[in-house]
Structures are given as C-alpha cells and as structure tokens.
Design a protein around this ligand. Structure first.
Ligand code: NAD
Length: 256
C-alpha cells in the first residue's frame, strides 16, 4: 500500500464549476497541485483561490477553449512551468443540448464532437508523451451513461461520448507499460449548471430534466462530488493496476 500519496500535478479541463470543480476540490483535499483549464476564467480563478486558501496547495487557473489546439498546448506549457509536469489529467469539459437528431444540423454535430470528443484528444495529445517518458500518469475522461445505453435527444453527444470510451481504452492499451493508466467515468444525471441550462431550452427539454430523478433507481440526481469520488478512485496512487475501465456513477441507472 502506498500511503500517503505524494503530491502530484493535476490538470482539470472544465474545472471551473460542476463535476470538474468538484474533482478539483477532491484532488486539492488530497494535497495535489491543481490547474484549472476552462472557458470560464473568472470562475476558475475564484476556485483556484479557494483551493489555495482551504487546502494550502498550489492552484492556478487558465482560460482555455479545448477546441483550440494551440491554446491547449500553450496552457499545458504554462501549467508545467508553474506547477511541474502534468501527472494527472481529468477531462471534464463538456457541453450538450437536448435536440432530436432529425432537427440537428452539421454545424451542431461539429460543435458537439469538437468539444466532447476532440477536446479530450487535444489535451491527451499534449500530456501523454511526457507521462510516458516519466513513467507515471493518470488520465480520467468524463463520458456519460448516454454513451453506454443511448439517451433520447442526445444522439450526437452520446456518439461523441462513446468515442471518448473507445479512445480511452485504446490509449490505456498503448501506455500501460509506461506507467500510465487511462479510465472513464460515466455520470448519470447530475445536478449541475449544464443540466439546468439544457432544461431551460424549451418545454420538451424542461420535461426531460423534470423526469430525470424518477428514471434513476436511487430516485434523485447525483451531486457533483459523488461523481468526483469516482474520478479519484482512478487517480489514486494505488490504482496502477486499473486501466481501460468504464465506471458508471449513476445511482443504478445502468448496470452494464
Ligand atoms: N451533468 C450531467 O448530468 C452529466 C451527465 C453525464 C456526463 N456529464 C459530463 O460531465 C462533464 C462535466 O459536466 P457538468 O455537468 O459538470 O457541466 P458544467 O457545464 O457544469 O461544467 C462543464 C465545464 O466545462 C467548461 N467547458 C465547456 N466547454 C468548454 C470548452 N470548449 N473548453 C473548455 N471548457 C469548456 C464549462 O465552462 C464548464 O465550466 C462533461 O463532460 C459532461 O458532458 C454530465
């Protein structure tokens, strides 16, 4: 048993709020250095200040759009200069809207795939070579139960998130002998701004969001910290023999 865990440098995309924000809090509470990369820079900076004050760790925030490859590279370089090489990468940046597939268009497909799938590729591309070279790394990618069982009005998002699962399993195979693990957390419906904003886009979306709690065996949506716990199962120092796994944290919604 490896205890206590040495402090590591963690980069969390989408870390300014919601599930990513809760992941930042858990990693900071474990003593890790935390870098937040998010579109929402003032929320990210406020959370970084909170983490420094509450946990006495080093924390920074950078404005970053995960659809911009140059910016992703710049942010990773800045974080490595400030906090040291990235040991833990959590890809929590994500976006969706409830739309029937027949009502979507190709611009919508491109936007959803660019954020949810290619965003994960970009950050992984920027940090994985260094992790492999140093012989230690943890990558945790947020997918969704929508990717495992489908979800009405989320066709393109479900496809992009299924891509995240297949991609993560493959890099897990390619990097495990170099000390890097890569795993997937699939949240079920979680009480965050994302789901609230999705429910505000019309009568049908509002009805869907209103019915989500009943669809989950536990009878309620998850709180972001309940998902964050699942993420830290995989980031743990002792989790070196767990790779390529998909963990649903969804109150019993899926039991695949
Ligand atoms: N909330 C749910 O019910 C739910 C369910 C399944 C999966 N997920 C997934 O969990 C992850 C976190 O979602 P959440 O509910 O916390 O959402 P959220 O909207 O509360 O947080 C997501 C964060 O990602 C950031 N973000 C969005 N697009 C970005 C971009 N292009 N570049 C950088 N940052 C960007 C947002 O600014 C935000 O801070 C997402 O990947 C989401 O798809 C959420």
């Amino acid at each position: 048993m490896t205890d206590p865990s040495p402090p590591r440098t963690a980069l969390v995309t989408g870390g300014a709020r919601g599930i990513g924000g809760a992941v930042c809090r858990r990693l900071a509470a474990q003593g890790h250095r935390v870098a937040i990369a998010d579109l929402l820079v003032s929320q990210g900076e406020a959370l970084a200040a909170e983490l420094r004050a509450d946990y006495g760790i080093r924390a920074v925030a950078h404005q970053c759009d995960v659809t911009d490859s140059d910016r992703v590279r710049e942010v990773v370089a800045a974080v490595e200069a400030e906090l040291g090489p990235v040991d833990i990468l959590v890809n929590a940046a994500g976006f969706d809207r409830f739309v029937r597939f027949v009502d979507t268009d190709e611009d919508f497909w491109d936007m959803i795939i660019d954020i949810n799938f290619k965003g994960t590729l970009r950050t992984t591309y920027a940090v994985l070579p260094g992790m492999m070279e140093r012989g230690w790394g943890r990558i945790v990618n947020l997918s969704s139960d929508a990717a495992r069982v489908g979800s009405s009005l989320e066709s393109v998002y479900a496809g992009a998130k299924a891509g995240v699962i297949a991609f993560t399993k493959t890099i897990a195979r390619e990097s495990v002998k170099k000390g890097v693990t890569a795993n997937i957390v699939c949240p079920g419906p979680t009480d965050t701004d994302l789901i609230r904003e999705m429910g505000e886009e019309g009568d049908l979306p509002a009805k869907i969001v209103g019915s989500l709690s009943k669809a989950v065996p536990i009878g309620r949506m998850a709180q972001p910290d309940e998902i964050a716990y699942g993420v830290t199962v995989f980031t743990a120092e002792d989790a070196n023999y767990i790779t390529g796994q998909t963990l649903s944290v969804s109150g019993g919604l899926t039991m695949a």
